[in-house]
Design a protein around this ligand. Structure first.
Ligand SMILES: [Ca+2]
Ligand SMILES: [Ca+2]
Length: 365
């Protein structure tokens, strides 16, 4: 396909670490800084000057939790105690219906709907790209025809011309009948633009993990330690041989309507699986060792000493895994799992939810 040289080059440059393999799919970052969606005015949803609405949000009470783990993912240590103030967070991922309201109100155009201009990439990356501006495209997961080695995600990701939030699988697909599914093909700037308009914010990584745990401590999953309580799937992930066949044991091949699986202890849905969720934070593999012990705001800049070090473009945290996660390949649906991708990446398995600093409810702490 027309864009294949770009995707192959970029996926080679930005291949993922083995523990987070199904993660971003967006190793093929889109255009770099400066091509993000147009700025929009804040306060659209909440009304100018009005207190941010908390409808559809859940109050997460103040408390202390253990963030990270010393037993699992290579970049999620050290486990460390973190004190958090209370905050509001969306009960579910931002849906197509919610994002459509934002676009209708603002005329916002997402990054994935814009042409890819090689001039927006760093020189070392641009040197491997065709010189011409490429059509608007985004990354779409495509199952392989047979078993493949799981060390090259270019085998199951395609840069599809015309794929965007209204066309999750590309031209011919639509969000009709999927308005209650999470919006996808949104990069970090798109998510932030929505949050700004709604009078909200993207969660810090600490807020996200604290909320995901739902008040449970030291357990494997956001719902406890048993993967299939009463034989039931608790999250929309992948069953079968990734990336070839999906047995659909949980009922969904790609996104599920938000709230299709049980909520966690705070009443939050899909904190595990369905779509990855953008956080506010830059990625730093060393941040856990030095972060403040109360309300860590995230590092000031992107920092990586791991397998993706030196890839050149700023990367942001994404959390919670997606419908592509499974124990054979991607453990991203575990609450401690950290994943990160270039902030201009857009894929059909990454969305977001928002937080709000609106006042605590009367019975909040
Ligand atoms: Ca599934
Ligand atoms: Ca999710």
């Amino acid at each position: 396909m027309r864009c294949l040289p770009v995707i192959v080059v970029l996926l080679t440059v930005w291949g993922l670490g083995p523990l987070v393999g199904c993660g971003s799919g967006g190793g093929a970052a889109r255009a770099g800084g400066g091509t993000a969606g147009e700025p929009v005015s804040a306060g659209g949803a909440g009304g100018a000057g009005a207190a941010p609405a908390t409808e559809g949000m859940v109050w997460v009470p103040a408390g202390t939790f253990v963030m990270g783990t010393n037993d699992g993912h290579w970049n999620a240590s050290p486990a460390h105690a973190v004190r958090m103030d209370g905050f509001w967070i969306d009960a579910h991922e931002v849906t197509n219906a919610q994002f459509a309201a934002f676009v209708e109100a603002t005329g916002y155009v997402t990054v994935a709907e814009k042409p890819i201009d090689p001039a927006d990439f760093p020189p070392d990356v641009r040197a491997h790209m065709p010189p011409d501006v490429l059509p608007a495209s985004s990354m779409v997961f495509t199952p392989t025809n047979g078993p493949v080695r799981l060390d090259n995600e270019a085998q199951w990701w395609r840069l599809v011309e015309g794929a965007d939030w209204r066309h999750p699988e590309g031209p011919g697909s639509s969000i009709e009948g999927r308005m209650d599914h999470p919006v996808v093909h949104v990069c970090w700037a798109d998510a932030k633009a929505y949050a700004d308009w709604a009078g909200k914010s993207l969660p810090t990584e600490a807020q996200w993990e604290y909320a995901a745990r739902g008040g449970l401590s030291g357990v494997t999953y956001v719902w406890g330690d048993e993967k299939l309580p009463d034989g039931e799937w608790m999250a929309n992930i992948w069953q079968g041989d990734f990336p070839v066949t999906n047995t659909l044991d949980d009922g969904y091949l790609t996104t599920a309507p938000v709230g299709s699986f049980p909520a966690n202890g705070y009443g939050l849905y899909d904190m595990s699986g369905n779509v990855w969720e953008w956080c506010a934070d830059y990625y730093s593999d060393r941040y856990y060792a030095r972060s403040p012990d109360a309300n860590p705001p995230g590092p000031a800049r992107y920092e990586d000493h791991g397998p993706r070090a030196g890839e050149g473009m700023p990367m942001r945290i994404i959390r919670g895994g997606s419908f592509l996660c499974s124990d054979v390949y991607c453990m991203g649906y575990h609450p401690t799992a950290r994943m990160y991708t270039t902030e201009d990446s857009a894929t059909n398995h990454t969305g977001f939810r928002c937080v709000s600093d609106a006042p605590a409810p009367p019975d909040g702490e």
